[in-house]
Ligand binder design. Structure first.
Ligand SMILES: NC(=O)C1=CN([C@@H]2O[C@H](COP(=O)(O)OP(=O)(O)OC[C@H]3O[C@@H](n4cnc5c(N)ncnc54)[C@H](OP(=O)(O)O)[C@@H]3O)[C@@H](O)[C@H]2O)C=CC1
Ligand SMILES: CCCCCCCCCCCCCCCC(=O)[C@@H](N)CO
Length: 298
């Protein structure tokens, strides 16, 4: 009897898994789309920009260092697939001043149209034993890795909601799934992105906006090289248990997951809860829109 019940549950979950592509959103069309990549001048962000550009997107790169931005722009432009494509560079610190971030994104949207895909990839890391990490590093990492993803997302979300379309990617880390030796300043900033992504997803799903989170392993980038210089021995040994990935490969996976949003098996188990919560959100949205329209006609 128990066996039968278990078989039934497993079968049901499997069935859901099989139909999940059918209930997933339509894939994003990259040709002609406006893709904004923060941290787009280096490492994983640069490779994400190249991957999208190769598929016909218009790109806005955001980072601080102007020279690095211009150099990257030239590098990306080599991969153009038509003569209309543009790579726009914006030098701004994503973690300092919300209004500044909002302003530059407004300018980018005036030039290249509303943002179809925002990839929050700007980020940095500091490793060390908890007591050896400077107090201001905890603040700086939270500002860059977490607030630096909140600000650009907050700046584009209203337009996405109006258009009833859009995608946002948060680049977390394996250290955003698992707290590891040496990452007391870094891991919490990457855990925070997951909380943000899940809460935001529930808000914006009725507007046909999809949020994805990437959890990359160690990846060969300038940022990784910098981090490796000061890693504690324990952190190094833990890192060495798995191999270092190529940024191109990590970028391809991130872009694919943003285009074709599909559900993992664990999400499907949570689906029953999420489904009922989503229906609360949808009901409220419909009620609010109804009362707004009756307000207007009164
Ligand atoms: N490499 C790895 O092993 C892994 C990396 N990640 C994450 O992936 C992301 C990219 O990492 P990676 O490619 O290694 O990093 P890099 O250090 O190579 O590149 C970081 C990019 O972010 C920009 N950036 C940094 N701080 C700011 C800021 N305050 N405002 C605007 N732009 C900023 C940098 O430009 P500039 O300095 O000019 O501003 C640069 O373009 C990060 O979020 C990282 O945490 C996740 C897992 C593994
Ligand atoms: C379900 C989760 C499985 C986790 C497997 C654990 C493997 C541990 C290997 C060490 C990984 C270190 C990642 C940090 C990467 C990073 O973000 C920095 N390099 C940024 O510069």
């Amino acid at each position: 009897m128990l066996l039968l019940a278990a078989a039934f549950v497993v079968g049901f979950v499997l069935l859901l898994y099989m139909v999940s592509p059918l209930i997933s959103p339509k894939p994003l069309k990259l040709p002609g789309a406006h893709v904004v990549v923060t941290g787009g001048s280096s490492g994983i962000g640069k490779c994400i920009a190249i991957e999208c550009y190769k598929q016909g997107a218009f790109i806005t790169l955001i980072a601080r260092d102007e020279n690095k931005l211009l150099q990257t722009k030239k590098e990306i432009e080599k991969y153009s697939v038509n003569d209309k494509q543009v790579v726009l560079c914006i030098s701004v610190d994503v973690s300092k001043d919300y209004e500044q971030v909002e302003n530059v994104l407004k300018q980018a949207q005036e030039k290249l149209g509303p943002v179809d895909l925002l990839v929050n990839c700007a980020g940095t890391s500091v490793t060390g034993k908890f007591e050896a990490i400077e107090v201001n590093s905890f603040e700086r990492l939270m500002a860059v890795n977490y607030l630096g993803s909140v600000y650009p997302s907050r700046a584009v979300i209203s337009t996405m909601k109006e258009r009833r379309m859009g995608r946002i990617v948060f680049v977390s880390s394996q250290a955003g799934q698992l707290g590891l030796f040496g990452y007391t300043a870094y891991s919490p900033t990457k855990f925070a992105l997951r909380g943000l992504a899940e809460a935001l997803q529930m808000e914006v799903k009725p507007y046909n906006i999809y949020i994805t989170v990437a959890y990359p392993p160690d990846t060969d980038t300038p940022g990784f090289a910098e981090e490796s210089k000061t890693k504690p021995l324990e952190t190094k040994l833990i890192s060495e248990t798995s191999s270092v990935c190529q940024a191109e490969q990590v970028a391809r996976v991130i872009v694919k997951d943003a285009i074709v949003v599909c559900m993992g098996i664990f999400r499907i188990i949570g689906l029953f809860y999420l489904g009922s919560f989503d229906s609360i959100v949808r009901r409220c949205m419909m009620q609010r829109e109804k009362s707004e329209s009756t307000d207007k006609t009164e």
